[in-house]
Design a protein around this ligand. Structure first.
Ligand code: SAM
Length: 281
């Protein structure tokens, strides 16, 4: 690499390296990393492929590319992820919010809405679910819970950045521990990967998402049992609990909630065709 290399030439060699490392989406990744390294917008990059890379930008780009070649997700390198049309800060303390979780948002937004409701998001991580729902449901207020203080710090930052911090409180605890209030809506995307499956996950997940956000115990259902046993006490009479589930977990999650006296209300598939979100009342 020389100082006189153009942004286009550098992106092309980066693409080849990404393809050789079996990383999908190499063109987009190379472009996003170049935008971050140069500070240039997509439009400017496209319009000026012959622009020369400065030494600083070339160094930043190489450092970003090395991280991507080590399978670090692009959102973690850039420190931000778009979720339901809004930007969320992402750090090592939080799960990288997934597109699949937008199925849960869709399911909740289709529920009958109260004029002034209260919601609680258990295992809020980056705050993606709580912040999105409050941004979409302007008459609602809520509480975001996580066991991780570091995650709650990021959720607070995301609430502020997305204009809902005045309607969202934060609580550190395990599941419903310390929560005595009743809510109109409980939402959760809990950890649901069976413990023994974590080592077999792709490097982008296994090495970069916090294991606290993934590990659902021996059968992956630990969190659903905790949520089912604590939810009734924290729901109003007409209250609803809406959950993300792992692919193929619907029968088990249904059995757990029905055994705690809940009735199934609705369900939503993700874009991959897996049943991804379920609700009970
Ligand atoms: C799958 S992540 C979901 C994060 C975020 N809600 C999202 O959808 O992107 C699960 C979250 O649950 C949190 N968590 C794990 N065990 C918990 C517990 N016992 N009580 C509360 N939160 C917990 C993790 O720290 C993590 O933030």
């Amino acid at each position: 690499m020389t100082m006189s290399e153009t942004v286009l030439a550098r992106m092309l060699t980066a693409r080849q390296a990404l393809v050789a490392a079996d990383i999908d989406g190499s063109a987009l990744d190379a472009r996003l990393l170049m935008q971050a390294a140069t500070g240039l917008s997509h439009e400017v990059l496209v319009a000026s492929p012959d622009a020369k890379l400065t030494a600083d930008a070339a160094e930043s780009f190489s450092a970003f590319l090395d991280r991507r070649l080590a399978h670090e997700p692009i959102s973690r390198i850039l420190g931000t992820r778009e979720f339901y049309g809004r930007d969320f800060l992402v750090t090592p303390a939080v799960l990288d919010p997934r597109g699949d979780t937008e199925a849960l948002i869709g399911l909740v937004l289709d529920l009958p809405r109260l004029n002034h409701g209260r919601l609680i998001d258990i295992g809020t991580g980056s705050g993606a679910i709580a912040v999105t729902l409050l941004a979409e449901m302007l008459s609602y207020t809520g509480v975001a819970v996580d066991l991780s203080a570091d995650a709650l710090h990021i959720a607070k930052t995301n609430a502020l950045a997305n204009g809902v911090s005045g309607r969202l409180q934060f609580h550190q605890g395990s599941w419903f521990e310390g929560i005595t209030e009743k809510f109109d809506l409980i939402v959760s995307n809990p950890p649901y990967i069976p413990h023994g499956d974590i080592d077999g996950l792709g490097a982008e997940v296994r090495n970069f998402d916090p294991h606290l956000a993934l590990d659902g115990g021996a059968d992956g259902l630990f969190a659903y049992r905790a949520l089912a046993s604590g939810a009734r006490l924290r729901l109003t009479a007409e209250g609803v609990i809406a959950l993300e589930i792992g692919a193929g977990q619907e029968a088990d999650v249904m059995r757990i909630f029905v055994s705690h006296g809940f009735s199934p209300l609705g369900q939503r598939k993700d874009l991959g065709g897996h049943l991804r979100a379920v609700s009970f009342g």
